[in-house]
Design a protein around this ligand. Structure first.
Ligand SMILES: [Cu+2]
Length: 261
């Protein structure tokens, strides 16, 4: 339903998207995105993320606060990712299909998809590093900033409005007695709390980056990309032009969805 209406709105935006695509090549891959992170699983945490793209070079700046503080007497490791390939949304409590009171990472996947990029503090940024606790964000409050080469799938998701930042790791004490005994759906050697989502925010195009000196004379205004609370509708609409231009990508995206249970 949402997808359909978003595609119906594409013709109005397609002209703008095409005009942007013929702007100077040096600016072709440059864009900025942002996400406001909100609590999942009742963490009460919050945060912001900025992503600045220069070709495939991404600079990610993130500030979070209110997360679980310690685990085993050490700063709590919060693995964090840009998820891609689904609806570009954060899950609601309805996603807790096994009714244990916790939205697990897997239960949230129909909304935000699989890991596209790991926001690790060093080394690998691919999905393979997704559950490496050693390169996770640490403690209840942290500032993260890193520049790295972002993979094409994640860049495509940013452009399509289907990227979602998810920070994981819950305080086990806040879980139901049942959930406290469960194992992680991602890493069975860890408790469920360790990998379940704590913060989530759909990534939307940042208006600021489109203004300075960009595409003079095109007269294009970007009203669709302003970050609404859930971001999904705006993201789908804003990404419509890009999806149309990258038909192959859109097809692959749908195949991924179809392949998913
Ligand atoms: Cu994740």
């Amino acid at each position: 339903m949402n997808k359909k209406s978003a595609f119906l709105m594409v013709p109005a935006l397609a002209a703008g998207a095409l005009m942007l695509s013929v702007s100077p090549a040096s600016a072709a891959g440059d864009a900025s995105y942002q996400a406001t992170l909100g609590p999942i699983n009742g963490t009460g945490a919050s945060g912001t993320v900025m992503i600045s793209l220069n070709g495939s070079q991404a600079t990610v700046t993130e500030d979070v606060t209110g997360l679980a503080a310690t685990f085993g007497g050490k700063p709590y490791p919060h693995v964090q990712h840009i998820h891609i390939g689904a609806k570009g949304m954060c899950p609601t409590t309805a996603a807790d299909t096994n009714k244990d009171g916790v939205i697990s990472t897997t239960e949230g996947a129909p909304a935000y998809g699989a890991i596209g990029t790991t926001l690790s503090t060093s080394g690998d940024t691919s999905p393979a590093a997704g559950t490496d606790l050693a390169v996770a964000g640490m403690g209840p409050t942290y500032h993260y900033e890193r520049t790295f080469t972002m993979n094409a799938k994640t860049i495509a998701a940013l452009q399509a409005g289907t990227a979602v930042v998810v920070v994981h790791g819950l305080d086990p004490a806040t879980l139901s007695a049942t959930a406290q005994k469960e194992k992680s759906d991602l890493v069975p050697s860890l408790p469920l709390a360790a990998t379940s989502p704590a913060l989530c925010g759909p990534v939307v195009a940042s208006q600021m980056a489109e203004m300075p000196g960009g595409a003079p004379g095109t007269g294009i205004t970007h009203t669709a990309a302003t970050g609404t609370a859930n971001g999904s509708e705006a993201g789908l609409i804003a990404g419509g032009g890009a999806l149309l231009l990258a038909a192959g990508g859109a097809l692959a995206w749908r195949r991924r969805l179809a392949a998913k249970d």
